[in-house]
Every structure is written in structure tokens, then in C-alpha cells.
Design a protein around this ligand. Sequence first.
Ligand SMILES: C[S@@+](CC[C@H](N)C(=O)[O-])C[C@H]1O[C@@H](n2cnc3c(N)ncnc32)[C@H](O)[C@@H]1O
Length: 224
Amino acid sequence: MDYYAVKAKKDHYPARSVYKLEEVQEKYRLLRPGDAVLDIGSFPGSWSLFAGVVVGEKGLVVGVDLQQGSQAPRPGSAPLYWLRFDIRDPDVLMAIKKIRPAFKVILCDIAPKTTGNRWTDAQQSLRLVRTSLDLAQTLLLPGGNYLTKIFQGEDVPALLEQLRRAFALVKVLKPRSSRIESREIFILAMDYRGGKIITPEDDAPPDKAGNRTGIAEAIPDDTQ
Ligand SMILES: C[S@@+](CC[C@H](N)C(=O)[O-])C[C@H]1O[C@@H](n2cnc3c(N)ncnc32)[C@H](O)[C@@H]1O
């Protein structure tokens, strides 16, 4: 077991991934007391447990995953609601809205089943992230924050450009606790301006050069 896995056991978190969120929270304060938080791809529940304590009793956390969550909130935590859904299921929106119609923060640590093929895995990760953004355009409050994991791939720069249109601040992060060999990176988008995040043009097929928006750039490295 590595350092973070041992620490997660000691801190009674079901997954070591909690320290990635903790690190982003320490630096950017994306979660605030009283916030309503939607946690997409929440199982086994570490991010939701952590978020629940940060937002406190006046906040609320809804976790959605293919697998049924069951973690009990910690003392002083917001209530935790667990929904078992595939986020691609059109009924998920109504199920979330029944609990809370809008959220201050949307977290997305969703991960597809990896195939070992880098291109396929990156495409599947991107598709799930875009589905989470479809939900965000309906559920995220103006001024709200969005954090997602995504596997590095050629379409990430175009995604960043879309996020920059919709949010005041967009950062690419590689937390220390994310394994160096892992192709995952995190995108933090803060202060949502409201409105569409993914426009119909973004869904248009790529041009001959493979670009959707004509933007080609290296992923900025915010990890130093
Ligand atoms: C890395 S885990 C999340 C860990 C979690 N953040 C934590 O701290 O405990 C990724 C999760 O994404 C979920 N997932 C993958 N595809 C999904 C989908 N289509 N709909 C909902 N959840 C999905 C998986 O079931 C898995 O539990």
C-alpha cells in the first residue's frame, strides 16, 4: 500500500482519492460552508464524506454512481444522499432535482472501465465528462464551481476552451496524490457565468485537422 492508501485507512476513508480533492480544496477553496454539492461518480464515497464535512450541517451532498453508496455522514457533516444511476440515463436529472434543484458545486471523479487502450480510455472519459457538463448546465448555480477528473487526450484542449467561455477561472491540476503514471488530470472551473457550457457547435464533427473549435494548444501545466 502506498502512503495515501495507508493514510486513507487511518483516516477511515474508503478510497485514497480523497486526498486529491483535499489538495484542490486547500489551494482553491472550491467548497464553502453551506454549499449544496453534487458528486458524480461518487462510489465508494470518500469525496462525498470529505465534502460533507467541509460544507457542514447547513450544506447538502448528493452522490450519484452506478454503485449504491451507503457511507454515513460524519459528525458535523451535511446530510448525504446516495443515488444509484448511470449518469447517461435521462431519468437521473429528475432524480437529482427531487432532492435539490440546483447546486453550488459539482464534483466529478467519474472513471470509465479502462481498456488499456489510451485513445479509447481517453474518449470514454471525455464522453462521461461531457455528460456531467450537460447536467451542470442545468444544475449548477451561477457563481458555482465544477471539478472533474479526465484522462489526458487530444480533445482536452477543446474542452478547456469550452469551459473558459462558461467559467471565470479554469485550471488544469495534477494533485500530488494522483499517481504520476496515471493519465488522469483534474480540471477545476470556478465562478460559472450561467448558460450553455457545451453548445451545438461543440458537438459538430471535427474539421479535417481534427479540431472542433480550431483551437490547438498544449495542456497548461499547473502542477509545479
Ligand atoms: C474513481 S471512482 C470514484 C471515487 C470517489 N470519488 C471516492 O472518492 O470514493 C469512479 C466511479 O465512477 C463510477 N462510474 C463510472 N461510469 C459511471 C456512469 N456511467 N454513471 C455513474 N457512475 C459511473 C464508477 O462506478 C466508480 O465508482
